[in-house]
Every structure is written in C-alpha cells, then in structure tokens.
Write a protein that binds this ligand. Structure first.
Ligand SMILES: [Cu+2]
Length: 497
C-alpha cells in the first residue's frame, strides 16, 4: 500500500493552517490555497561569512543558541551561533578543512523513531568529494563533546555552485535540520562572466515554533508528511527587504534547506534568469517565469531590475506536492527599487564548458529504484534503511556511466538525492511540465531531482573519481529518517563486484 491522500490529514491540516493564519495574519484564496503574505520586514542580510582559523581550518561548533526568530526568542540548533549557519567558501584544487565540534548536551534520550538524540556529523551536500573518512563519510558519528577534523580534497570539483552542509546521522537528521542546522557552502567561480555582480546567498528555511523551541516531532504521521513550518524565512528573516538599483543585475544563489517544503519561485513582473543549478553553472542564462525548488535543490539566478521603480514580491507560487500538503502562496522577500539608474546587461555566455552529455545509453548498466511508503516507513526497492549493511544497496564500478530509473510508487513527490556524483536528467514522467522541459534540455548537473507522485525520472549518472560507500535517499528529511535511503557502494577500478 502506498501513501496517498487520506482521512488522517484533516485534523493536522486545519491545525497547521490555523496556526499559520493566527501567526501571520494569513488569508485563503480560492482552490484551497493559503496565502502567507507577511508585511515587509527588516533589511535583507546575507548569512555571515565563516572565517578560517590561523591553520586554515573552518571551525564549526554545533550548539543550542537563543535566536530571535521573527520577534520570538527561540532556542535553535546552530553552527557557531548563527541561523542559518555561516557561509563556507572553497575552491577547486584546494583541500577544504572543517573541524566539527558537537557541543550539544549529553543525553540518552531517544526520539520517537527510537534513535538516540544529539549524535551528529557533517554532510557536504553537492560536493564531488570522497565519501570516505576524513571526507564526506556518513559513517562518522560525533557524540556530544566530540570533535572531528574533516578534510575534503577538491581536485575534481566543478567551479561555481552553491551547496550546503548539514547533519546526516540516520534517524535524527529531521529534528536537527528542523532545529536549525544547515549552512551554505560555495564553490567559487572560475568564469569571468559574473565578476562584479552584486551577489546574494539565500537559504530558504521554514519553522514552526512551539513556545520558544521548534515544534517537536510527536507522531509518525509528521514523518510521513514531512514538516512544513508556518514561518518561511530567507536567511532566518521573514519577508526581508532587498534593495536593487533600477537597471541593475543581481545574482541570487538559492538553496532550499527546508525539511519538506517545496517552493515554486517567481518574482512579480520579472523573469528569473537561470544560470546555474545544483552541480554548476549553465552555458547561458535561461529565462523562466517560475521554477520549482524542492528540498535540497539549488538555483543560481540573475534578476534584472527592468520594471517600473517600485517594490516587487519574490514569491513561492502554489504547488501541490501531494500527500497531505496544502497549497500555499508565500511571500519570501520584497525587492525594492532604490537609488540611481544603472544600465547593466545580462551576460550572453556563462560557462562554455557546460554541455549535455551526448551518449548512447543503451549499453550502459541500467538500474531501477522504486520509492514507496507504508505504515510509517519509507522504502527503496522494498527495503527500509536499517544500517549500512542492511539497506537497498547498489554496487557500481568507478569510471563508468549508468542509467538510473527512479520510480515513485506513492501519492507524493519525492526529491531524490544521490551523494558524490551529480547527474543529468534524461527524462521525467509526470509532474510539472515546465520543470521537465527545463531539466531535460539544459546542460544541468543535478544531485536532487523531483520524482513526481506516481511518476518516474531517468538519470544519466557518471561514477567518477571517488570510490567508497555513499548514499542515495529522499531529501524530504523525515523520509530519509524513516528509511527511504539506500547505500551506493562504488568499487575502485579492477575490484570484482
Ligand atoms: Cu520522500
């Protein structure tokens, strides 16, 4: 039996919507869509920049911190006291050094899934780095009080993309992520095409507070649904005001760091010019009127202030991700024209290396991964994740290409994420036609792709540069915690399968 819209949803939905309306002064429009349209808030802030210590190491301390969340002092989980975490920057060819310190309280308390709280680690989502210790290994676990020195060789990294870091200990990720733990990780550009543009990082994150703490997980249904917060924030701010000069072009690097909320991004009266995706920069700007951004996905866009001199809302338009979610229209930020006229133009060309891979795929290894949900658990090929040695496991040989078909046997969309290697999208069945026509045509590299409800996706997956044990999973974080995750065992060349 797969999850579909069901009778249990009513009570949760009315509570959810009621809370949102009470806190935000929201209204409802036709077709069951809730409008979250808070008044313009404070001046937009980029996340703080992380600073290396004298040894060239980024130190990240995970701790409970009192944070002003839309006027309420709340205890969140933070990296270095910041919500979202500070921006880490790295370059191709260097070694990225990060020291992670778990300063969470000692506890033997278990969550409702039966996993011990406050154990954590670091996943560098989007980096093409080794999945072995001391790099992006999911087997590293830090108990409270423990410190770990991560070292990521960036020799094979693609320049010019926004990634992010967050915890990845199975069973407790959703709570830690919901509690505040996510931060941006930029791989610097090597193109001259974007030099001099005013650039902003936008970490999209939602949260519902219960008193002064993030609303706790109290039911399996919350894991099945995935939590969506009634506060929808950009860099921890509700509807901040970002100024732009008339005629100016700005670059926005955006990551969806929500547990389960999908965005359908649109800027009133303006085109969005897509120049980069999860895995790097595109060959040229692609103008779109709106673009879906599921949990874990990133977009790199250019916005040109070519309209009348006033304010415009950056919105998330209604989208039905299925299951039990309501459709919402959310105002994310307000773009305010201010200052003297500029005459900036969009670049014609961005990344001349960006190409769609032209390859006869018929002789490549073909894999089929089916995603399903049942009775409080998530499954891939009928197996729920119970550990690295007890999960859906695929074995690949380093140095080749593969075709993965991801099939969704449930009534809600699942954003499918594979670690280490980004892929190109060959085809998508079902879902949003604009998303499909975009990602099956442009030279994009993706590590998260929406697998539409009852639909499927085919990916062309390179297995390059790094061997070791890594993961693939649904990036609705709750679904990962209830087992919609598998192991990708990449064998070094010459090793027998
Ligand atoms: Cu999912």
């Amino acid at each position: 039996m797969a999850l579909s819209s069901c009778g249990i949803t009513g009570a949760y939905l009315s509570l959810h919507t009621g809370l949102a309306q009470a806190m935000m002064g929201n209204s409802r429009m036709g077709g069951g869509t809730t409008i979250i349209n808070p008044p313009p808030g404070a001046v937009f802030r980029d996340p703080p920049e992380a600073v290396k210590n004298i040894n060239g190491v980024y130190e990240l301390a995970i701790e409970e911190t009192s944070i002003n969340v839309n006027g309420t002092l709340a205890t969140l989980l933070t990296y270095n006291g910041s919500f979202p975490g500070p921006t880490i920057r790295a370059k191709r060819g260097e070694n990225l050094l990060v020291q992670l310190k778990n300063f969470l309280p000692h506890t033997s308390e278990k969550n409702i899934l039966g996993h011990t709280k406050n154990i954590t680690n670091l996943h560098t989502h989007g980096l093409h780095v080794s999945p072995k210790p001391p790099a992006d290994s999911m087997m590293i676990q830090l108990h409270p009080g423990e410190i770990y020195d991560y070292n990521y060789c960036m020799d094979f990294e693609e320049p010019g993309h926004l990634n992010f870091y967050h915890p990845h200990v199975h069973g407790v990720v959703a709570e830690q992520y919901w509690g505040g733990l996510a931060g941006p990780l930029v791989v610097e550009d090597e193109t001259a095409a974007l030099v001099g543009l005013e650039t902003h990082i936008m970490v999209l994150k939602d949260l519902t507070l219960s008193g002064s703490v993030p609303e706790p997980y109290t039911s399996t249904m919350q894991y099945m649904h995935g939590k969506e917060g009634n506060l929808v924030m950009v860099n921890g701010q509700v509807n901040p005001v970002l100024n732009i000069q008339p005629g100016q072009v700005q670059r926005w690097q955006i990551v969806n760091a929500c547990n389960a909320r999908f965005f359908n991004l649109a800027l009133e009266n303006h085109s969005i010019n897509l120049i980069g995706t999860d895995g790097g920069l595109l060959d040229k700007p692609y103008p779109v009127s709106s673009i879906l951004l599921s949990p874990g996905e990133r977009v790199d866009i250019l916005v040109k202030a070519n309209q009348a001199k006033k304010s415009y809302r950056f919105l998330s338009l209604p989208y039905n991700r299925g299951g039990m979610s309501t459709q919402q229209q959310v105002t994310l930020l307000t773009l305010s024209y201010k200052g003297s006229q500029l005459n900036s133009s969009l670049p014609d060309s961005i990344n001349t290396d960006a190409k769609r891979v032209a390859m006869d795929t018929t002789a490549l290894p073909q894999r089929r991964l089916t995603l399903s949900m049942m009775q409080g658990k998530g499954y891939i090929n009928g197996q729920t994740f119970l550990g690295m040695d007890n999960a859906c496991t695929i074995m690949s040989h380093l140095g080749g290409w593969e075709v993965w078909e991801i099939v969704n046997q449930s009534g809600m969309d699942h954003p499918f994420h594979q670690h280490v290697n980004s892929a190109q999208v060959l085809s998508i069945t079902g879902g949003d036609s604009a998303y499909t026509s975009l990602y099956t045509k442009i030279p994009a590299w993706k590590d998260v792709v929406i697998v539409p409800k009852w639909g499927s996706v085919k990916l062309l997956v390179p297995v390059m540069d790094w061997d070791g044990m890594t993961m693939f999973h649904c990036h609705i974080i709750e679904h990962e915690d209830i087992g919609m995750m598998g192991v990708w065992d990449i064998m070094a060349e010459g090793m027998p399968m």
